[in-house]
Design a protein around this ligand. Structure first.
Ligand code: GLP
Length: 260
């Protein structure tokens, strides 16, 4: 696990966008794992800018969303399918039919989850997965207690997550209780994982998953077992890390050709 500590969200967005650009230039048909939440927005803004101003193309790329609310009507402004469209895929030239998300409105949720796993496999697997982290250490919507080997399935949100996400809805009561999410096993199959986090509110979660034990109670800690996981955070999110100086020093002395 590589921990990169940067000054602010803009720098985080630029570094993650660099890795995505390198991938897409080497492999135009790359499969990107897309996350929602506010943390990845600087990445999407930077990629949209590079598309507009520098001709970075996603015309052959594929995208798979991490998760989705259950029970929101199709086209709901806060459904993650719409959020991903609005924040990223509508702003670049990725083909709409190449962008997928778990189906939270399916009659048969279990079959929809199996189909989603199959679609990821059929596309060749995720090359680069973008992740944020919840205040309780969740990735995707893998709440505390999620099996470290889990696949795409339905989950129940804990109240803290519903409260955290209430800012996107009119009222707390409007936040669904159920979600469909890629499992931790699904996320671990991605070839490269970049988790981004910023702000003091994430400091506990970052400390727990980077330096605490690997445990289902902190889902993101499973990334300690990933062969290529890059954690890109700002100074506030890093403020509780015991080895912060070591991470800074390591990155400062890293040969730039290595990238992340
Ligand atoms: C939601 C999403 C996660 C995201 C988390 C943090 O729960 N399912 O994928 O990482 O929110 O969101 P934010 O980046 O806004 O703090």
């Amino acid at each position: 696990m590589e921990v990169v500590i940067l000054l602010n969200s803009k720098d985080i967005g630029v570094l993650a966008a660099d890795a995505i650009e390198t991938l897409v230039r080497q492999k135009p048909s790359a499969v990107l794992g897309l996350a929602t939440g506010s943390s990845p927005l600087p990445i999407y803004n930077e990629l949209a800018r590079r598309y507009e101003e520098e001709g970075l193309s996603f015309a052959q790329a594929h995208g798979f969303a991490l998760d989705e609310y259950v029970g929101l009507p199709t086209g709901h402004q806060q459904s993650y399918r719409e959020v991903i469209r609005r924040e990223f895929t509508n702003r670049v030239d990725i083909r709409p039919e190449n962008v997928h998300g778990p189906d939270g409105a399916a009659e048969d949720i279990l079959a929809a989850c199996r189909n989603y796993e199959e679609a990821i496999r059929a596309a060749g697997g995720v090359d680069l997965q973008i992740l944020g982290v919840g205040t309780d250490g969740h990735i995707g919507f893998n709440e505390p207690g999620s099996s470290l080997a889990s696949r795409t399935r339905i989950k129940t949100l804990i109240e803290q997550t519903r409260r955290d996400n209430a800012r996107f809805f009119d009222r707390l009561e409007d936040v669904p209780h159920h979600v469909v999410t890629q499992g931790l096993g699904t996320i671990m199959d991605a070839r490269h994982v970049i988790l981004v986090a910023a702000g003091k509110g994430k400091a506990h979660a970052v400390r727990d998953f980077v330096e605490g034990p690997v445990a289902a109670v902190c889902a993101a800690s499973v990334l300690q077992l990933h062969p290529h996981a890059t954690i890109v955070i700002d100074e506030d999110a890093a403020s509780e890390l015991r080895l912060a100086d070591y991470y800074r020093q390591t990155y400062a002395n890293k040969p730039r050709w290595q990238g992340i």
